[in-house]
Write a protein of this length. Structure first.
Length: 113
Protein backbone atom coordinates (compact mmCIF):
# COMPACT_ATOMS: atom_id res chain seq x y z
CA UNK A 1 0.00 0.00 0.00
CA UNK A 2 1.31 3.44 -0.95
CA UNK A 3 1.65 5.97 1.78
CA UNK A 4 0.85 9.35 0.26
CA UNK A 5 1.52 11.07 3.57
CA UNK A 6 5.29 10.58 3.26
CA UNK A 7 7.29 13.65 4.05
CA UNK A 8 9.26 14.47 0.92
CA UNK A 9 11.47 16.98 2.72
CA UNK A 10 12.45 14.34 5.26
CA UNK A 11 13.29 11.87 2.49
CA UNK A 12 15.46 14.44 0.73
CA UNK A 13 17.31 15.16 3.95
CA UNK A 14 17.93 11.47 4.53
CA UNK A 15 19.06 10.94 0.96
CA UNK A 16 21.36 13.97 1.03
CA UNK A 17 19.60 15.73 -1.84
CA UNK A 18 18.53 18.86 0.00
CA UNK A 19 20.28 22.06 -1.02
CA UNK A 20 21.23 25.00 1.14
CA UNK A 21 19.12 28.05 0.58
CA UNK A 22 20.94 31.22 -0.38
CA UNK A 23 19.68 34.64 0.54
CA UNK A 24 20.39 37.91 -1.21
CA UNK A 25 22.05 40.86 0.45
CA UNK A 26 18.76 42.77 0.21
CA UNK A 27 16.85 39.95 1.92
CA UNK A 28 19.32 39.86 4.81
CA UNK A 29 19.34 43.64 5.22
CA UNK A 30 15.53 43.72 5.22
CA UNK A 31 15.39 41.03 7.91
CA UNK A 32 17.91 42.91 10.05
CA UNK A 33 16.05 46.18 9.42
CA UNK A 34 12.84 44.65 10.75
CA UNK A 35 14.61 43.71 13.99
CA UNK A 36 16.74 46.82 14.52
CA UNK A 37 14.60 49.67 13.20
CA UNK A 38 11.05 48.36 13.40
CA UNK A 39 11.52 46.53 16.71
CA UNK A 40 10.01 43.27 15.50
CA UNK A 41 11.14 40.31 17.67
CA UNK A 42 13.71 38.01 16.07
CA UNK A 43 11.51 34.94 16.49
CA UNK A 44 8.63 36.60 14.64
CA UNK A 45 10.87 37.76 11.77
CA UNK A 46 12.33 34.27 11.50
CA UNK A 47 8.90 32.65 11.51
CA UNK A 48 7.52 35.08 8.93
CA UNK A 49 10.51 34.57 6.63
CA UNK A 50 10.62 30.80 7.22
CA UNK A 51 14.19 30.80 8.49
CA UNK A 52 15.83 29.76 11.74
CA UNK A 53 16.06 32.48 14.42
CA UNK A 54 19.79 31.86 14.81
CA UNK A 55 20.25 32.98 11.22
CA UNK A 56 18.60 36.32 11.97
CA UNK A 57 20.79 36.71 15.07
CA UNK A 58 23.89 35.95 12.98
CA UNK A 59 22.92 38.46 10.30
CA UNK A 60 22.22 41.10 12.97
CA UNK A 61 25.65 40.55 14.55
CA UNK A 62 27.33 40.80 11.15
CA UNK A 63 25.48 44.01 10.34
CA UNK A 64 26.28 45.52 13.75
CA UNK A 65 30.01 44.84 13.39
CA UNK A 66 30.51 45.42 9.66
CA UNK A 67 27.77 47.90 8.78
CA UNK A 68 26.97 48.33 5.10
CA UNK A 69 29.90 46.14 4.06
CA UNK A 70 28.19 43.12 5.63
CA UNK A 71 26.69 40.49 3.31
CA UNK A 72 29.03 41.00 0.36
CA UNK A 73 28.09 37.66 -1.13
CA UNK A 74 29.80 34.42 -1.98
CA UNK A 75 33.20 34.90 -3.57
CA UNK A 76 33.19 38.66 -3.05
CA UNK A 77 35.45 40.49 -0.65
CA UNK A 78 34.79 43.46 1.57
CA UNK A 79 36.63 46.56 0.29
CA UNK A 80 39.27 46.39 3.03
CA UNK A 81 39.84 42.68 2.39
CA UNK A 82 40.19 43.34 -1.35
CA UNK A 83 42.83 46.01 -0.64
CA UNK A 84 44.69 43.64 1.67
CA UNK A 85 44.66 40.88 -0.94
CA UNK A 86 45.89 43.29 -3.63
CA UNK A 87 48.73 44.45 -1.39
CA UNK A 88 49.71 40.86 -0.61
CA UNK A 89 49.89 40.07 -4.31
CA UNK A 90 51.94 43.19 -4.99
CA UNK A 91 54.33 42.27 -2.15
CA UNK A 92 54.83 38.78 -3.61
CA UNK A 93 55.67 40.29 -7.01
CA UNK A 94 58.19 42.70 -5.47
CA UNK A 95 59.81 39.86 -3.50
CA UNK A 96 60.10 37.81 -6.68
CA UNK A 97 61.70 40.73 -8.53
CA UNK A 98 64.12 41.25 -5.63
CA UNK A 99 65.13 37.58 -5.66
CA UNK A 100 65.75 37.69 -9.42
CA UNK A 101 67.92 40.79 -9.02
CA UNK A 102 69.88 39.12 -6.19
CA UNK A 103 70.60 36.11 -8.39
CA UNK A 104 71.60 38.32 -11.32
CA UNK A 105 73.94 40.32 -9.09
CA UNK A 106 75.55 37.10 -7.88
CA UNK A 107 76.04 35.82 -11.42
CA UNK A 108 77.52 39.07 -12.75
CA UNK A 109 79.76 39.67 -9.74
CA UNK A 110 81.37 36.21 -10.12
CA UNK A 111 82.36 36.84 -13.74
CA UNK A 112 85.91 37.88 -14.29
CA UNK A 113 86.34 40.44 -17.02
Amino acid sequence: MDTPSRCIIGEEALMGKSERRQFTQEFKKNAVNLVLEKGVPVRRVARDLDIHPNLVHQWRRMYMTEGDSAFVGTGNLRPEDADFKRLQKELEEVKEERDILKKALGVFSKRSW
